[in-house]
Design a protein around this ligand. Structure first.
Ligand code: FE2
Length: 291
């Protein structure tokens, strides 16, 4: 969890106070949104782009959570809770388990467009919320929250955190049109949106729950490995079993380094890396505790 002070309610909820955003803050949102929208056509999965359109999260400025929450609630029963920053794990999981997405309210400064360590409102709303309009993904996120509460009790948060990292934050999905992005950490990052699909260097491996849970990750650079799902139903089905025996099984197996390949990996070969892309990640760095 991050430094979020001591004077918050038990669920760390705050008011967004949308009317208090400055014109400069709205202008930064517009800059980020317009740049990312251009990049994501043909790179983001159709479900994300559909959700973005249906939500009406547009380039005009920072969205009002009250209006956004009404649209989201009508679609999938999810709502948005304003929070001051990263919240304790049990609070975070409880929000998800109750179909509430905790979102920060602040937006990065103009000189931070390309890199930000903490999640801001652009990452949380533009990166995460559009997919919550998809019924299957919405159920996956709720199941993840329920699983998180169990994992805390079982002492296996690290393994479950890797599942969040490699799916919700940095997941890729195979579509009929080719490889696409659904992970929010990528979707809110200009550099990684291109890198994850087009760079030759990272591994792209077919999703395997145990493999994901054993794999370490980088928090301050582009990912060295991405896991590719077939569809969101596969992801939801993977969270259906009781994880307790799976945790027991992988507890005796070694962790896998972020850039490693193992003999059982099924590489995704549809990607057509066409050009190298350098540059730093725009977006956020997550703490292991948060995810
Ligand atoms: Fe995130």
């Amino acid at each position: 969890m991050a430094n979020i002070g001591q004077n918050y309610s038990s669920d760390f909820s705050i008011e967004q106070n949308w009317q208090d955003y400055s014109e400069e803050e709205h202008a930064v949102w517009r800059l980020l949104f317009e740049r990312q929208q251009r990049l994501l056509v043909g790179r983001a999965c159709p479900e994300f782009l559909d959700g973005l359109g249906a939500l009406g999260v547009a380039a005009e400025g920072i969205p009002d959570f009250r209006r956004l929450g009404q649209v989201l609630d009508a679609a999938t029963g999810w709502r948005i809770a304003a929070v001051p920053g990263l919240v304790p794990d049990d609070v975070f999981f409880a929000y998800l388990a109750h179909r509430r997405f905790p979102s920060t309210c602040f937006i990065r400064r103009r000189d931070q467009l390309d890199y930000l360590q903490e999640p801001d409102i652009f990452h949380d709303i533009c990166g995460h919320v559009p997919l919550l309009m998809n019924p299957v993904f919405a159920d996956y996120m709720q199941a993840y929250g329920e699983g998180g509460l169990k994992a805390l009790g079982l002492g296996h948060l690290q393994h479950l955190a890797r599942l969040y990292w490699y799916t919700v934050e940095f997941g890729l999905i195979a579509t009929q049109e080719g490889l696409r992005i659904y992970g929010s950490g990528i979707l809110s990052s200009a550099g990684e949106s291109v890198y994850c699909l087009e760079d030759r260097r990272p591994n792209r491996i077919r999703f395997d729950l145990r493999r994901v849970m054993r794999t370490r990750y980088c928090i301050d650079d582009f990912q060295q490995t991405y896991f590719v799902i077939d569809d969101f139903q596969q992801l939801f089905d993977a969270t259906r079993p009781d994880f307790a025996p799976i945790y027991d099984e992988i507890a005796s197996q070694p962790d896998i380094e972020p850039d490693a390949l193992i003999s059982s990996d099924r590489k995704f070969d549809q990607a057509s890396p066409s050009r190298l892309n350098g540059g730093k990640k725009m977006g956020r760095r997550l703490t292991a505790a948060q995810v």
